[in-house]
Write a protein that binds this ligand. Structure first.
Ligand code: DGY
Length: 319
């Protein structure tokens, strides 16, 4: 029997590509350039499985004409770049990679929190520019994190991992909002039923909810206005959760003290008004970017594909 044909939209870690090549008739994206809409359409027409990433937009129009592909093995946990309902209507299964990127992403959220609190980006830029004039008591004083309140929006795996780090690592008080999370057993955290209250009370608000749908612009002008002037916003979730224009104006008006952002509304474009600000830390969507995690994500895609083509239910079936 011939092997299922799979098309990858980007380059993946070497050992994962080797395993894919041994199990499937795999086509790799040799030059690692993103596929345009036409490239994605062709991939859907030519392969049994297409393996996209967050940088691919798979909207309803791509599925409209029918396709050979029967499964999208998404390399990543977030899938708001795929029109799930349209894929379902076209009888294309979608899988993702939950669990394996929890620690890496939580680590990065805490990195941003600490960098913002301790003005690490500003200090590094100053030093590299040759502008450091030596130690002095009033130089680049940030804010202490110990004992402060972290407000988590979305207490899923990653939200909980961030909360644990903040509670056990820094003695922070944890408050959170989540429509679905059950009770948390292993650390104290106060569930808040009104999302606005988290914005009002937290020294740091960290976003860990999915993008798209009802969460688009969950952080808007009004909610930014509820935050303390000393508060800091951290986003490692999805860019569309934050109204970027409203955030820029909140930062410009000193309505909040800063922001640490790993995701943006129109990646890879990041507004100049953000790039030019001192009180923001900006990273290029690095949440899951450790070698170990990226290999684990790839292996999870393979696990899902293997199950699918053997006629079993893929463990991480989204729809
Ligand atoms: C994820 O897994 O959702 C990361 O953001 C990378 O896509």
């Amino acid at each position: 029997m011939s092997k299922p044909k799979v098309i990858l939209t980007r380059r993946w870690p070497r050992q994962v590509e080797a395993k894919l090549a041994s199990q499937f008739d795999a086509t790799f994206n040799e030059n690692d350039r993103p596929l345009d809409q036409n490239g994605l359409r062709l991939a859907l027409e030519q392969a049994d499985a297409v393996l996209p990433t967050v940088s691919d937009r798979l909207g309803a129009d791509l599925f409209a004409g029918g396709s050979r592909a029967k499964i999208l093995g998404n390399f990543g946990v977030g899938f708001n770049h795929i029109d799930i309902e349209a894929a379902k209507a076209a009888e294309i299964a979608v899988t993702n990679t939950p669990g394996v990127l929890t620690d890496a992403t939580a680590d990065l959220a805490v990195t941003l929190l600490l960098m913002c609190a301790r003005r690490a980006g500003e200090g590094e830029r100053e030093l590299r520019a040759g502008k450091w004039s030596g130690w002095r008591p009033t130089h680049l004083c940030g804010t202490q994190v110990t004992g402060k309140t972290i407000g988590i929006i979305g207490m899923g795996r990653i939200g909980q991992a961030v909360a644990r780090r903040c509670h056990f690592g820094f003695g922070m008080k944890v408050i959170y909002h989540d429509d679905f999370a059950g009770d948390l057993q292993d650390f104290p955290a106060l569930r808040i039923s009104k999302v606005d209250q988290v914005f009002e009370e937290a020294d740091f608000v960290s976003l860990h909810c999915p993008g798209g749908g009802q969460n688009i612009h969950l952080v808007n002008e009004r909610r930014l206005g509820l935050m303390m002037r000393s508060a800091i916003l951290i986003n490692t979730a999805r860019g569309d959760v934050v109204d970027e224009a409203a955030l820029i104006s909140a930062l410009e008006q000193g309505q909040i003290a800063g922001a640490g952002l790993d995701v943006f509304e129109h990646e890879p474009n990041v507004p100049k008004a953000l790039r030019e600000r001192e009180n923001v830390v900006l990273l290029p969507h690095l949440g899951s970017a450790t070698s170990e995690t990226r290999v684990a994500m790839g292996m999870k895609v393979i696990e899902n594909l293997t199950a699918f083509f053997e006629g079993r239910r893929p463990p991480d079936l989204v729809s």
